[in-house]
Design a protein around this ligand. Structure first.
Ligand code: DGJ
Length: 689
């Protein structure tokens, strides 16, 4: 007997089929099937043949592949009972729950006393599938590995793209070929991490950023994920995502995965990126993003009230609308060796508390934001001295930034942190919290992440007017789990505009402009030593949620003018841009990193073309646009024309004034950019006529 289920929405269909009440397989995930498709026939059609050297039947590649079916590859569940005996369930169908766009399926292995549930939702706006799985047991068990519902990998595909990275070098795309066996990633750092952003992109053969079928996945969990992309001996391919293996460290009767988001596109990786971006846009507070000023790279731990007031006044004159007081305001925090955990204002630096600075900042018309690193503690702190038993991991562990981690699974720790942070937020007009996390955990522990989520949820409920930002030495904790609780991420500690240009471009595969923080750094970049022109620094920050992070007293008059102008441009365009899709452009020249931001209604766009390094050839290659209506006409204006160097001696049309072309011409032929220096950006505004 075959049971089938179908979810169809937003031009996509997901079909599951179960035979003889066993766990179902995803038998179709792609462009919408026509009405009336015979799903049972579809399920029948995908049943593989059998030949010599095989079992007599091919085991199902189900949503939780079972060892009990002699599945010849990674199973979806690895668990043991109380006596450490392996549990190899054979689940059978129990019930279904169908609601528009949603499906829940429940299964049980009565002999083992185990239940398995899978939830699927196909979003009508974004076309994203959100899938998660849960296991329930009659008795406590240990779970080493539980995959979110397992998807088949595409067959007509040669490579997969995943993400590695490092501090000041986040979102590095790694391409690996599909080969027999596993491509696996198991992140035991206890956070989503610079090194392992939990995403996977599977382009069909020939697909690019703008064209072709592409599937993409993101696991929305902040505690470190495991991914298995595996080609089975019979050629089938499976995609598994779950918490890092072994990160469920306690016996329990209930386990669940985080949400696995799955995207499908016929417009290359951009189609998947737009789905992910729209998902975050729909839930993050996008309206009127204020321009930030963050004092970290201006003063570090040297907080002097008069200086900070002067800096705030200058930042406000440049256009800042929110002032964030970074690390150094609490305990006796003169460097990074002490005081994490002691969340009371340092009376040496702020004898009258934070009130005078908060009042000054608000008097300048800016909001006030404050830095915390709640999950961490220095041994040189009152908290660690009073509560040594609250510190996670062995006494002789290797520290990170001279700090340790609090045991967030302990409700007493969370209560203490809630009270301490709540007191600061209640006593001051703080509307923003930058929530940092500057070291990996001593060991991966899913309970730690659940504890973090619980604390953030409590604080969010108690302070609905406060927005939270996720930072972890830059982009060390970026994922849709933390972004359910935070409205912005600090993408990277690199304020080097060139590095940032690349990081922002690749992070746009998942992140929309409004949640991606980007600041204008000091003239001499603190993490690369490079000196970058203020125009480049300002325009790169203006691509995303803009802010400043240099000491404004270092700016020349000309630099301040450029920054004020670009900031004014950012403000006058933010309303439509925070609802725009970022479309990464295919650049014929590897020296150029380019993107369009296209308004939701298609009426306008802005194009950023970054000349990251000197090109190999002497002249720019035309840049092809994307996402436009081929039949419509668009007027394009190069708003950075007056910044062009004298060495641009010719007369490409864009240089001298607006040009008008059809969408087809812009997408088919492209625009000819003027020659420019390396490390400069062209900014082009486009309007549909
Ligand atoms: C790391 C962050 O990424 C920086 O922006 C800054 O907040 C420091 N921590 C403060 O210690």
């Amino acid at each position: 007997m075959i049971r089938t289920w179908q979810l169809s929405n937003a031009g996509r269909s997901l079909v599951l089929a179960s035979r003889d009440d066993r766990l179902p397989e995803i038998v179709y995930w792609g462009a919408a099937l026509p009405e009336g498709e015979d799903l049972a026939a579809l399920a029948q059609a995908v049943v593989p043949d059998v030949t010599g050297g095989m079992l007599d039947r091919v085991p199902e590649l189900s949503i939780c592949p079972e060892e009990s079916r002699t599945f010849p590859a990674e199973p979806g569940l690895i668990a043991r009972d109380g006596a450490a005996r392996p549990l190899r369930p054979a689940f059978r169908f129990v019930r279904e729950e169908r609601r528009p766009g949603r499906l829940t399926l429940a299964f049980r292995d009565a002999a083992l006393g185990l239940g398995y549930r899978a939830h699927f939702a196909l979003d009508g706006d974004t076309g994203l599938v959100a899938a998660r799985a849960a296991v329930d047991s009659d008795r406590p068990i240990m779970v080493h590995w539980l995959a979110a519902p397992v998807f088949p990998g595409p067959q007509l595909a040669d490579e997969m793209l995943e993400f590695s990275g490092r501090w000041i070098g986040e979102f590095q795309i790694e391409a690996s070929p599909w080969r027999p066996g596993q491509r696996a990633r198991d992140n035991h750092t206890g956070r989503s991490g610079h090194e392992h952003f939990p995403g996977l992109i599977l382009p069909a053969r020939g697909a690019t950023k703008t064209r072709g079928e592409t599937w993409a996945f993101h696991y929305g969990w902040s505690g470190g994920h495991r991914m298995v992309a595996e080609e089975l001996p019979d050629g089938r391919r499976q995609i598994q995502f779950g918490h890092a293996s072994g990160s469920e460290t306690r016996a329990a009767a209930h386990f669940e995965t985080a949400t696995l988001f799955a995207a499908f596109s016929q417009a290359g990786s951009n189609g998947c990126a737009v789905a992910f971006q729209r998902h975050l846009r729909a839930r993050a507070p996008q309206a009127r993003r204020p321009v930030h000023y963050n004092c970290w790279e201006a003063v570090y731990f040297d907080h002097a009230l008069d200086e900070l007031k002067e800096i705030a006044a200058r930042a406000a004159r440049l256009g800042a609308e929110r002032f964030v007081l970074d690390d150094g305001w609490f305990g006796r925090r003169d460097d990074d060796s002490s005081s994490l955990g002691d969340w009371t204002v340092d009376p040496r630096k702020y004898p009258d508390g934070l009130g005078p600075l908060v009042d000054h900042v608000r008097g300048l018309g800016m909001e006030f934001g404050l830095w915390f690193e709640p999950e961490m503690v220095n041994r040189a702190s009152d908290l660690a001295r009073a509560r040594p038993e609250w510190l996670l991991g062995p006494e002789d562990q290797i520290e990170g930034r001279q700090q340790r981690v609090l045991d967030m699974a302990n409700p007493a720790v969370r209560d203490h942190l809630f009270r301490a942070i709540d007191a600061v937020l209640s006593d001051h007009a703080v509307s923003y919290v930058k929530w940092d996390h500057n070291r990996v955990l001593p060991h991966a522990d899913a309970a730690q992440t659940r504890g973090l989520y619980d604390l953030l949820d409590r604080l969010g409920t108690a302070h609905p007017g406060v927005e939270f930002e996720s930072c972890a030495s830059g982009g060390g904790r970026i994922d849709f789990g933390i972004l359910e609780r935070t409205g912005r991420v600090w993408l990277s500690d690199s304020n080097d505009a060139l590095e940032r240009l690349r990081i922002q471009h690749d992070a746009a595969l998942f992140l929309p402009p409004g949640v991606t923080g980007s600041h204008v750094g000091p003239r001499i970049c603190h993490t690369s030593g490079r000196v970058i022109d203020i125009r480049t620094r300002a325009w790169v920050a203006a691509q995303r949620h803009m802010g400043f992070e240099m000491d404004p007293r270092e700016l020349t008059e000309e630099e301040a003018d450029v920054l004020s102008e670009v900031t004014a441009w950012w403000k006058s365009n933010r309303d439509w841009r925070m609802g725009a899709d970022i479309l990464r452009l295919e650049s014929a020249d590897p020296a150029v990193i380019a993107e369009m931001q296209l308004a939701g209604d298609g009426s306008r766009f802005v194009l950023f073309a970054g000349q990251a390094v000197t090109s190999a050839q002497i002249l720019p290659r035309p840049l092809r646009l994307t996402g436009l209506d081929p039949a419509a006409r668009y007027c394009l204006r190069l708003i950075t024309a007056r910044d062009l160097p004298r060495l641009s001696r010719g007369a490409p049309a864009l240089k001298s004034g607006p040009v008008t072309f059809s969408g087809q011409a812009l997408m088919g032929q492209g625009v000819s950019l003027p020659w420019t220096f390396p490390e400069r950006l062209h900014v082009i505004e486009g309007e549909r006529l």
